[in-house]
Ligand binder design. Structure first.
Ligand SMILES: C[S@@+](CC[C@H](N)C(=O)[O-])C[C@H]1O[C@@H](n2cnc3c(N)ncnc32)[C@H](O)[C@@H]1O
Length: 195
């Protein structure tokens, strides 16, 4: 088993939520299509996506933020095992509290779904002029379209927040946003020309 497969297996065995394969393929395609060289990820988990993006090319710079100490420990180990410490910077802490510097060609929002709008507002100013912001889990396992499929109060509240984020994205004046039905649903936002 190679190192990437080991990371994926660890995620499966320990119920670590990582992006679905189809979603990652889409992210990778867009990253390459928009000639991105820098990647900011909100929600590292065990660095599965951060590592795969860094491995696309050694010139790519990755900054990724994680607040869960157990995830941080495993992410650091994985980054070290792959020898990617020089390419990937792991920022430890709550994404809404830590300070991040730099300009990024691609920003990937994949942390607490209830905070998506706040993540977008905090990190979109760090986006390069022609950069892209992708957000995962816009379908939330089909529940955004079919909220009646759950009776769980917390899940219902989360679904409402993702819907509100969907509307927030749609109404942004400076960004054009497309929604893709791949993986668990991905939103792609780009600055409008002259914005
Ligand atoms: C879906 S997982 C990330 C998966 C990862 N992006 C990947 O594709 O491999 C979400 C992660 O975000 C972290 N997280 C949630 N809210 C956060 C916050 N406010 N700040 C930093 N990390 C957060 C969680 O601890 C969890 O590890």
């Amino acid at each position: 088993m190679n190192k990437l497969e080991t990371i994926k297996n660890y995620a499966l065995e320990n119920a670590v939520p990582i992006i679905q394969d189809e979603g990652f393929q889409f992210l990778k395609e867009k990253f390459l299509e928009y000639h991105c060289h820098s990647f900011l990820e909100i929600g590292t988990a065990i660095a599965h996506t951060a590592i795969q993006i860094a491995l696309l090319d050694e010139s790519i710079r990755v900054v990724t933020i994680e607040r869960d100490p157990k995830m941080i420990e495993q992410a650091k180990k994985n980054i070290r095992d792959l020898g990617l410490e020089n390419q990937i910077t792991l920022i430890e802490g709550d994404a809404l509290e830590v300070e991040v510097q730099g300009v990024f060609d691609c920003i990937f929002i994949d942390a607490a779904k209830a905070q998506y709008t706040r993540f977008f507002n905090k990190f979109s100013p760090l986006l390069a002029q022609d950069g892209i912001i992708l957000t995962d889990n816009m379908n939330f396992h089909g529940l955004v379209e079919h909220p009646e499929r759950t009776n769980n109060r917390n899940t219902k509240s989360l679904v409402r927040k993702i819907r509100a984020y969907h509307d927030f994205l749609t109404e942004l004046e400076d960004f054009q946003v497309e929604f893709y039905n791949v993986g668990d649903g991905i939103a792609l936002a780009r600055r409008k020309k002259n914005a």
